[in-house]
Each structure stands twice: as C-alpha cells, then as structure tokens.
Design a protein around this ligand. Structure first.
Ligand SMILES: *Cc1c(COP(=O)(O)O)cnc(C)c1O
Length: 578
C-alpha cells in the first residue's frame, strides 16, 4: 500500500451505522448520516445508506455535488446555514437545509420559485452553544417568514450542541426544543416533520447515561459516532462501536538516536510556535513522511503501543519510538485520527485513499463466463480463446447469470446496454471501477461511480459528452493525451483511478479503439503494442472483475474477434514466456 494513505473500512462504517440505528429506531428517531468529515465521499455515503440512515447531510456544497454526481439520490440536508449567494445551488442539490436568517429564507424561496420546486427548511434554535440559531423569542417571526413563502415548506426545527463552545445537550434543553415545536405547530396549524435534536453528542447522552430523548425529538444528524465510534463527551470510543473505520498509514523514513533537547539557541518553529522540550536524554526517534501540510499532528494517535508524537514540521512527523517494538526504515506506521485530522487527511491531495479488506469482499475470479450470441460460441476463434483461458487456470462457463467468483465476458454488437450488463455483475457492498476503452465516450452520463471511472482512447466527443466528463470529474485520456504522456503513464493513471477505492473494475473494450479489432485499420487509435501494454497493466493490477467486448457487430468478423481475444488473454494474465 503506497504511503501515506487513509485506509477506509466501509464494513465498519456500515456496522457502526446499523448500531446507531438500533439505538434510535425503538425511540422513533430517524437519522441523517453526516459525511462532512469524509469530504462527501460517495463510498462512505453508500456504506451509511446500507447501514440504515434515512438521508445524508453535509456542510459543503462541493461535497453535496460530489454525492449527487456519483448518482446518490437519497435526501440530502445542508448542515451549514446557507449564504445568500449559494442559495440557488442549495435548492438545486439539497432537499432540505438548516436556517436561521430571514434574508437567507428569502433567497432560498426565490431560488426555489425560479427552479419550480419547493425547498424544505429546518429552523435552528440557539440553545447555549452560541453557534447558529435564533433565540426562542425570535422563532415565531422566522417561522412566519418561512410559512409566507409558497416555495418553502417549514419542515421542522432543530438545535445543535457541542460544536462552537462544547455545550452539552441536556434533557431539559431538549424538552424546551420539543415545547417550541408544539408552539410552532399550534400557532400555524401545521405539523413539523422534523424535530432535529442534535448530533453525536445526543447519542453519547443516550448510550452512556441511558437518557431517553423527549418523545417529540424524532431526528438526529450523526457523523462522528458512525465514522469514529466516538463518545462525544469524552473523545473516547462508545462501547460496542468500532473506532477502526479510518486509519492513516505512513512510512518511517528515518530512525536515529538523538538528544531530546534541541542544540543551540531557539526561536519560533516553522509555524511560529515557541516550543519547549523536556530533557529525556538520548532517545530513539523516527521521522514519518507526514507533516502539518497534510495533517494536524495533535489529532493523531499511533495505533502501535508506546509510539509518542514529539512534534512536526510541514513535511516531517517526529516520533519517539524508544519504548516501542522494533521498527525499521520503510515500515508502515499507523495512526488513528480525531475528527479534525480526519477531514484534513481526507482533503490532502498528498494522501491517497484506499479501501481496507477488499480481498474479503470480492474474491479473485476463478471462472470465465462467456455470455454471447450462439454463433460466437461456435466459432473456432472462440474455442481457441477459451482453451487459452483454461491454460491460465480459469474454469469456463457459458451464458446464464454471473455468480460471485465469475469473471463475466459479454460480447455485444454495439454500445447499447453496457452499464446494465456491468450492474448485473455487481454484488451488493462491492464498489466497482470502470475502465472504458473506446474511441467515443458513449452513454457516459450513465456511469454509476464517476470517481472510479476512466476513459482511454477517446477520439471524438460531443459537446454534451465533454460537459458530462468535466462536470462529473471522470478521468479521460484522449488519443492526444496518450500521444502526450505516453501509453504507460496514461494507463497507470487510469488504473489507479479505477482501483483506488474499489473492489476491482470492469473493462469495456470497444472495437474502435485498437488496431486489429476495427474494420478500418486506419481509423483505430491505439496501436497493437499500445493496446497490449494496457492489457498487461490490467493483468498486473489483479483487479479485473468483468469484461464487455463491444462494437464487433452482430456477426463478428473472425479476424477482428481473434485480435480482440488476443488482447483479452493478455488482460487475463497471459505471458509470452510463461
Ligand atoms: C457536523 C454537524 C453534525 C454532525 O456532528 P457529529 O458530532 O459528527 O455527529 C450535526 N449537525 C450539524 C449542524 C453539524 O454541523
């Protein structure tokens, strides 16, 4: 695993979510899963949805867009009170938002009216934490503003605790919130959908002190308990929850015995802080390839016993390993992160993100399942290809539905229905990447996980296709790009993209992309060598899970089919000298 990386265990996220749901459901409380500490990662969001959240909540529009572009259609709540200028985008991407200002409600109403929708608002009450919200006396006038706007729906009221000032939620405060909900309902003769009582701190109150939420509280917004198993009161872990969903892994790059005191006159460090150190004599110290640029070192704790964090500069994290087990330069060092460090690590472009335990989720395929027209099955070229696949150790199956250890190979005439085919190969809880080799981006809008998709070999694209590629942030290498960076580098980046946060990927190989498969050899983009290089890298990744061979027409030309089979055998791991 390249370091530094954040290793994300989606199973733990889903399991922690289930646990929260088990606590809340009997009390009639629903929850929104808060994705902001994971920067709106669609993978994390889907794990939360699998675990039973009703909707998702985030504080940043960029994160919400990321969720929407990944095709997530669950309700999304905007947590941070919107600014006037972003009101149109909040209405466009979010189903509901938390609010405290009449001017913002006006802006939301205007935007909703323009977009022809009704936007749900929750009004926030200030209950001591001194962050967002109106005082109880100002609630009715604000509710009046919301009620007066036909394009807004007053969906509820809410409060937030333990954020700006660390003020704890209490039953007394929550009862006050419940009474205010009654007041609003009586005053306006409406029914509020949400009385949103707070965040993970409320859950800590319930789980550690056995406190029941007042009956009217029917919603919480939960982030840190799901992501970190955190007890918000103590910073520790709540009993029964797993704190291992995110691990920061970096590498030991220096190990030397050094004096614990600096030598020489001292001024401020690189960040303007004046530090004092304790004289502990000579200590065995390590340097880990992380720094303040990536991470807040105060928010890290080593997952190994007896490693102490001493200090950090922009790029060097200094640890004391005198009392730890024996390490060597090059060893991975693992850290847990607090909420702040987690966001920062998720944001850092220098830190890769990987999924943990994928080998447990998606087994390596042991069989090739050829799904094609009967005439293709009968061809001599097909027989030869299947013999080649058998020699590589694959069992051969024909047609029918793909089973978990199968690598399905569909041969289809054109581009129609590719996304649907790939979807049938996906097992629940498996995130698939998509490496699409084609001269034309096809139905690119239907890509399910754009963050794990890459296009290679594009020669033409319509304006619409180009816009979708840009908007959904899909990695695309045109033939021009391939000429510029070279096929090896383009392939490396593409495969990185489709494997980094997935349990393997599907390969779409369209006849128009490479020499030999295409009817008109002058048209094809990639040369025989270039396409073979891609296939060899695909094999080396060991993450190929499905193949769609497309564009050979209803009755494939045997020579074109033979070329395509040759490429596919390379992708399955055939070597010249094997
Ligand atoms: C961040 C946030 C939450 C989630 O808090 P956790 O402690 O992570 O559960 C809930 N509500 C609002 C308004 C937030 O900003």
């Amino acid at each position: 695993m390249p370091a530094p990386s954040v290793i994300i265990d989606l199973d733990i996220i889903a399991e922690n979510t289930r646990r929260v749901a088990d606590t809340l459901k009997p009390q009639g409380i629903g929850m929104f899963g808060v994705t902001k500490a994971a920067c709106g990662s669609p993978l994390v969001a889907r794990a939360m949805l699998r675990g039973g959240v009703f909707g998702l909540a985030d504080s940043r529009l960029d994160n919400v867009r990321r969720l929407r572009h990944a095709g997530i259609s669950a309700p999304i709540m905007m947590l941070r009170i919107p600014s006037v200028t972003e009101a149109p985008d909040v209405v466009r991407h979010c189903d509901l938002s938390l609010n405290s200002e009449a001017a913002v409600l006006d802006a939301l109403a205007e935007a909703a009216q323009e977009q022809g929708v009704v936007h749900d608002v929750i009004l926030m009450l200030e209950m001591g934490d001194r962050r967002e919200g109106v005082s109880p006396e100002d609630l009715i006038p604000l509710a009046q503003t919301a009620m007066a706007e036909p394009s807004l729906r007053l969906a509820g009221i809410g409060a937030n605790f333990m954020c700006a000032s660390g003020v704890l939620p209490t039953v007394e405060k929550l009862e006050r919130l419940a009474r205010l909900a009654d007041d609003v309902e009586q005053r306006f003769g409406t029914r509020l959908d949400y009385v949103s009582g707070g965040n993970s701190a409320n859950l800590a109150l319930m789980e550690t002190e056995g406190v029941k939420m007042p009956a009217r509280i029917n919603n919480l917004r939960i982030g840190s308990t799901i992501l970190r198993g955190e007890n918000s009161f103590t910073g520790g872990t709540l009993p029964g929850y797993d704190d291992g969903a995110f691990t920061l892994e970096a590498e030991l790059v220096e190990m030397k015995t050094k004096q614990s005191l600096p030598d020489g006159e001292t001024g401020p460090d690189a960040f303007g802080n004046r530090l004092t150190f304790k004289d502990r004599g000579a200590r065995l110290r390590g340097i880990v390839n992380l720094g303040r640029v990536d991470i807040r070192p105060e928010g890290l704790k080593a997952r190994h016993r007896n490693i102490e964090i001493v200090t950090a500069s922009s790029d060097h994290l200094i640890v004391d390993i005198t009392e730890a087990k024996k390490f060597a330069v090059g060893d991975p060092i693992r850290f847990e992160m607090d909420y702040g460090a987690l966001v920062q690590a998720m944001l850092s472009p220098y830190i890769e993100k990987h999924l943990a335990g994928r080998e447990n989720i998606a087994p390596r395929p042991s069989a090739i399942r050829l799904i094609a027209d009967a005439s293709v099955h009968d061809l001599e070229e097909t027989r030869q290809f299947l013999l080649g696949a058998t020699a590589l150790g694959f069992e051969i199956k024909r047609d029918g539905a793909p089973e978990p250890a199968d690598l399905p190979l569909w041969i289809i005439p054109g581009r129609n229905g590719i996304h649907e085919l790939i979807a049938t190969a996906d097992v629940e809880a498996v995130e698939s990447g998509l490496l699409w080799m084609d001269s034309d981006p096809g139905d690119i809008g239907a890509v399910v996980t754009p963050e794990a998709a890459a296009l290679l070999g594009i020669r033409t694209a319509t304006r619409e296709q180009a816009a979708i590629i840009g908007e959904r942030d899909i990695v695309a290498f045109t033939m021009e790009d391939v000429d510029l960076v070279g096929i090896r580098e383009a392939t490396r980046r593409a495969i990185k993209r489709v494997t980094e946060t997935t349990d393997g990927f599907a390969l779409v190989l369209h006849a128009s992309v490479a020499r030999g498969m295409d009817a008109d050899p002058r048209e094809a983009g990639l040369s025989y060598r270039e396409c073979s290089t891609v296939m060899e890298r695909v094999a080396a990744s060991e993450e190929l899970r499905a193949i769609v061979l497309a564009g050979l027409g209803a009755e494939p030309d045997p020579a074109a089919l033979e070329s395509a089979y040759g490429y596919l055998l390379s992708a399955l791991g055939k070597r010249i000298l094997a």
